[in-house]
Design a protein around this ligand. Sequence first.
Ligand SMILES: Nc1ncnc2c1ncn2[C@@H]1O[C@H](COP(=O)(O)OP(=O)(O)OP(=O)(O)O)[C@@H](O)[C@H]1O
Length: 251
Amino acid sequence: MSESTIDQQSRPRHATPGDVVFRVHGLTKVYPMGEIEVHALRGVDLELYAGEFIVILGASGSGKSTLLNILGGLDVPSSGQVMFRNAELTDSDEDELTWYRRRHVGFIFQFYNLISSLTARENVALVADIAADPMLPHDALELVGLADRMDHYPSQLSGGQQQRVAIARAIGKRPDVLFCDEPTGALDVKTGAVVLEAISRINAQLGTLTAVITHNAAIAEMAHRVIVLSDGRVSEIRVNEARKTASEVVW
Ligand SMILES: Nc1ncnc2c1ncn2[C@@H]1O[C@H](COP(=O)(O)OP(=O)(O)OP(=O)(O)O)[C@@H](O)[C@H]1O
């Protein structure tokens, strides 16, 4: 995938809901571990569409993080194909994947990884600085409900507020996709609901294709579609006819 090809893929504000963003075919990932091989993914076929809110469920070790890391260009598969719009991600070299991640993907992990010597605004500005068409840090922080905390340092913020700064940082570059790996894993229920509400608002207001990995089946009620992985395969895909808001989800 060349930079110019990736540029041609970049139409975040013109994406029509329902357009195919990712087309995954026959994806496998094998980790050689000395004498044995760990089969993390055993042939995943999947399509993800613009504007969707996806929740990925599955037992520990079923391959959820491996799948998201490959879609996000953090890892490469052993075989199979990932198309991002019309470009083949699985054809890309390391430089192209770096460019792809920078331009198109926002990541949120269980731990916030903020820079402690920088304020919330500065943490968000750091990423916006390397983006082609960034949001103002103020606007990104406002979207996650932290307009009044912009000049606070991470140590002056609660866990949930720090996670919301991490979300603002991820969306500040206006990514096409937002991948969240256990974003509420370190938070209590009430704080987790506020974080999920922020993620859901971004999906609704910016139309960012959003995929959330969780162990918590209740959160799946927020999704447009729920993808269940079992032992490296997609075992179920279900569509929620009626979605719940973060505050309605009980866990
Ligand atoms: N770097 C690695 N080296 C070797 N094995 C790995 C590596 N990363 C993941 N695995 C293995 O691949 C399988 C899938 O791991 P993965 O982290 O994708 O699962 P998961 O569903 O996200 O699990 P969890 O819910 O516990 O985070 C597991 O058996 C795991 O031990």
